[in-house]
Design a protein around this ligand. Structure first.
Ligand code: NOJ
Length: 560
């Protein structure tokens, strides 16, 4: 038997844990540390701020917290450019703060998942700085993708790949002697050079980083750009100038290469040495849910985000087909489905659903806010009724919309400053959370907030919604509590579709029926049982339930 590391006190967590395989139906709450809570009044959220709000997360009823990166970083991409994987950036605190946060979370029965960024480092990482300083031929350049340029004088990039943030995926360096020299690959910003995973030192380093955080007691890792680590041999041209259209629809020479899976099989053996059911979740953008399933085979990762679900419009037919495709794809590999509506990279679903479908996941217009909020509440209740694990992005439990009118001068999304790539409107979903109705930064912290909060933000605050019947916060609290109760809503891997009017989804799971009306009109459905929860008003008469447009209702029924 492999010896198991135990590390960090898990007693409180173990007592609070409801069952084995906790992650199969867990609700995992994403904290974006910059924007959650600021303990020292510098306008930037920090780890101590997160720690102070753990009781809120415990009472909300989530199982785990995923923290976006808080490591030492020049913040060229809000921390997804890591300079030192084993240090906390002073803007977020210290390693001691991280330790205190992990311990306290466990004391509250909450698990902690940290973000691992293995596709690229910061250009301020020690390896990259030395690779540049040592000049061409430096062995440290082999840990990244350095190449000579094409053209007579090497003035053209080595291939035709484009950065996800826009512009070429290559930047030419100035060599120590002052001449224009080699190029290096960066699938994201120029400040984020891609590692060369063919080099053994890269794998060794990341296995050691995994152990560092596992020894600190974390319960898992979200793997950033999990589909990007391995590039096709020889870095072949894509041969298309429409890379953005291909992304997510095709296997690319730099994304979703089969070679990534060997890395995850190795990582899994490390994780399994540690006690306490720790997990990996992949950020893997793949063309199909079937290819996503490859990442969660039994000897690889535990979960993968369901971006197909996140990108689906509020439309019964489209939702049903992505739900079916997800459950069908996950079943053979034995992994739980995951469901997600919002995160720090996309326009919040309250704003997506306020706008007409087809605008993508980064939107600049507020749309019809009341409509968006109604649909978002209905969509959240639908998501929380599905079998598997659900991800909740901070603030969605308050029904927050995106802030669409941020002045250009406060924007920080690197994609905003480069043409042609992603739209670059990710700051809109990153505006700090309102905790109180009034006061400095609406309770976010004592010294303003790094992105301006809009007027009226306080009316959406935790304080304004707590204890208010029908508020979005109380809706989430009730839904999460029911999910946890004897109904075990997240458990299992299937559902039974029930006959329903056009534009309406209805399904049964054990002693529970969920009906989601995605149309604008009221519909009448059989009263399947007592209403447990509803995202809006509903009517009951003569054995029937009237469900208004854009509303979801949960019924308790005798099990069949
Ligand atoms: C995905 C992260 O979620 C996003 O915020 C980041 O910009 C890219 N990966 C690059 O690390």
């Amino acid at each position: 038997m492999t010896p198991q590391h135990s590390s960090a006190p898990h007693t409180a967590l173990a007592t609070a844990t409801r069952h084995r395989d906790w992650w199969r139906d867990a609700v995992i709450y994403q904290v974006y540390p910059r924007s959650f809570a600021d303990s020292n009044g510098d306008g930037m959220g920090d780890l101590e701020g997160v720690r102070s709000r753990l009781p809120y997360l415990r009472d909300l009823g989530v199982d785990a917290v995923w923290l976006s990166p808080f490591y030492s970083s020049p913040q060229a991409d809000a921390g997804y450019d890591v300079a030192d994987y084993r240090a906390v950036d002073p803007m977020f605190g210290t390693l001691l703060d991280a330790d205190a946060l992990i311990r306290d979370a466990h004391g509250h029965g909450l698990r902690i998942i940290v973000d691992l960024v293995p596709n690229h480092s910061s250009d301020q990482h020690e390896w990259f700085k030395r690779a540049l300083a040592d000049g061409p031929g430096s062995p440290l350049r082999d840990r990244y993708h350095f190449r000579s340029g094409k053209g007579e004088n090497g003035e053209l990039p080595p291939n035709d790949w484009e950065s996800i943030f826009g512009g070429p995926a290559w930047t030419r360096v100035t060599e120590p002697d002052g001449t224009p020299g080699e190029w290096y690959l960066h699938l994201f910003a120029p400040e984020q050079p891609d590692f060369n995973w063919e080099h053994p030192a890269v794998g060794d380093e990341f296995r050691s980083i995994l152990r560092f955080w596992l020894d600190m007691g974390v319960d898992g890792f979200r793997i950033d750009v999990a589909h990007g680590l391995v590039k096709a041999e020889g870095l072949p041209d894509l041969g298309s100038h429409d890379q953005l259209k291909l992304l997510g629809n095709d296997v690319m020479p730099f994304f979703d290469q089969d070679g990534v899976h060997a890395i995850y099989r190795q990582w899994r053996t490390i994780l399994d040495e540690y006690a306490g059911e720790r997990i990996f979740v992949a950020e893997a953008w793949t063309p199909t849910v079937e290819r996503t399933a490859n990442y969660v085979r039994p000897d690889e990762l535990h979960q993968a985000f369901n971006f197909q679900y996140l990108s689906t419009a509020w439309d019964a037919g489209e939702l049903r087909s992505v739900i079916d495709a997800t459950l069908t794809a996950m079943r053979p590999v034995g992994a739980p489905a995951t469901w997600v509506l919002s995160n720090h990279d996309v326009t919040r679903h309250a704003t997506r659903f306020a706008n007409p479908p087809g605008l993508g996941t980064q939107i600049r217009t507020a749309g019809d806010r009341a409509l968006g909020l109604g649909r978002a509440r209905a969509a959240s209740l639908l998501m929380l009724a599905l079998p598997g694990s659900a991800y909740v992005y901070q603030g969605e439990e308050l029904g927050l919309p995106d802030v669409v009118d941020l002045p250009d001068e406060v924007r920080q999304d690197p994609a905003y400053f480069r043409g042609e790539g992603q739209d670059g409107f990710r700051d809109g979903c990153r505006v700090p959370i309102p905790w109180t109705r009034t006061g400095s930064a609406y309770g976010f912290g004592g010294g303003g907030s790094w992105l301006p909060q809009p007027e009226g933000w306080g009316e959406l605050s935790v304080e304004a919604q707590t204890g208010v019947a029908g508020s979005t916060l109380e809706l989430y609290r009730a839904a999460l509590s029911l999910r946890r109760s004897e109904r075990d809503l997240g458990a299992g891997e299937s559902l039974e579709w029930l006959r329903a009017p056009e534009g309406v989804l209805a399904f049964r799971r054990g002693g529970f029926v969920c009906v989601a009306n995605t149309t604008a009109e009221s519909v009448t459905v059989p009263a399947y049982g007592p209403v447990l929860l509803a995202s809006g008003e509903f009517g009951e008469a003569d054995g029937e339930t009237k469900i208004p447009g854009d509303t979801t209702v949960w019924f308790g029924t005798p099990a069949v």
